[in-house]
Design a protein around this ligand. Structure first.
Ligand SMILES: C[S@@+](CC[C@H](N)C(=O)[O-])C[C@H]1O[C@@H](n2cnc3c(N)ncnc32)[C@H](O)[C@@H]1O
Length: 301
């Protein structure tokens, strides 16, 4: 209870400083702990199979302290595949414990769920689910959906949601995925992102009319009560991307240790093809959309 109260105070203070005093400090951090991965997803630019790097526990401790010093209080451990990370006998569970000890309110892990992850110490887990059956496998490789299902069913985590990156290979499976999530006893909600292109993956970007059609479909399902984490205001902004980007609310520390106040795609000027729905959600929060503010509180506190 005291922790929840302190989180609420932190969020209120963060919002007032950002909205009314122009303070540009992150509230959350994405920390890449390794680029080692057990998959080669078609839409991903992060994995490195030739010369994978894994950070040490001590390096991650320093990076967590750095993020705290910027003002951040929520952290997402990213990879590569975070559940493959090791330093001696330490695993990503030790990193979650460390984040809590240092003062983060919560930590999340984004995973492909190809290995069992029972009793994870993360406050919430995001499983990347890019379709149902063959459409997931078309993006992530043969057999990946079956392994994901098995590991999700056996993980016993009470705050597990899924995230879909919508692209030309899987866009038609959005309704099926929504049904699946609604009927799953293991999954709380689904969040949608869209392919953010980098050289060689332009073919995965949805044409504008298809993107708008998919967004309308998601909004229609949300209205019917399906557990969609994105808000209508945030999704609508993602249609034409004509809103102010506020990506400074998250800072990034990459696998090579480099520190970035906004995502690398933004630094490279890729905002016109942005697929990261958090961008739309943040603009909605800044414009006082009650639905989005409530969803943000629900997610964080
Ligand atoms: C880089 S992965 C790493 C974590 C883990 N291995 C996994 O697959 O979830 C983190 C998330 O980024 C998403 N992602 C990767 N490349 C993307 C792209 N080009 N556009 C949009 N989302 C992307 C993935 O679908 C996944 O949900």
């Amino acid at each position: 209870m005291a922790n929840k109260l302190s989180q609420m105070c932190y969020l209120a203070q963060w919002f007032i400083r950002a909205k009314f005093f122009g303070r540009r400090a992150p509230m959350q951090s994405v920390l890449f702990i390794s680029d080692r991965c057990n998959l080669s997803c078609k839409h991903c630019s992060v994995y490195n199979h030739t010369n994978p790097t894994s950070k040490s526990y001590e390096q991650i401790r320093e990076e967590l302290k750095y993020c705290l010093s910027l003002g951040s209080r929520f952290v997402d451990f990213e990879g590569g595949e975070p559940f493959l990370w090791r330093d001696g006998d330490k695993t990503v569970d030790d990193l979650c414990d460390l984040a809590h000890e240092l003062g983060f309110y919560s930590c999340t892990i984004t995973t492909n769920a190809q290995k069992p992850f029972p009793n994870s110490h993360a406050d919430s887990i995001w499983v990347s689910l890019d379709g149902i059956g063959p459409s997931h496998d078309a993006v992530r490789g043969e057999g990946t959906f079956a392994r994901l299902e098995e590991n999700v069913a056996s993980c016993h985590h009470k705050a597990l949601s899924v995230s879909m990156s919508v692209n030309t290979l899987n866009c038609d499976s959005v309704p099926q995925l929504l049904e699946y999530v609604k009927n799953s006893p293991y999954i709380k909600s689904v969040s949608f992102n869209f392919h953010t292109q980098f050289p060689g993956t332009e073919y995965l970007t949805l044409p504008q009319d298809k993107r708008e059609q998919v967004i309308d479909t998601i909004i229609a399902y949300k209205r019917k009560g399906y557990p969609v984490m994105n808000t209508k205001a945030g999704l609508t902004r993602m249609k034409d991307l004509q809103f102010k980007k506020r990506c400074w609310m998250t800072n990034y520390v990459l696998t090579d240790g480099s520190k970035h106040p906004i995502p690398v795609c933004g630094e490279a000027g890729g905002c016109e093809h942005c697929g990261f729905s958090m961008a739309g959600e943040m603009d909605a929060v800044f414009n006082f959309c009650p639905e989005t503010i409530l969803a943000g509180l629900n997610l964080r506190v």
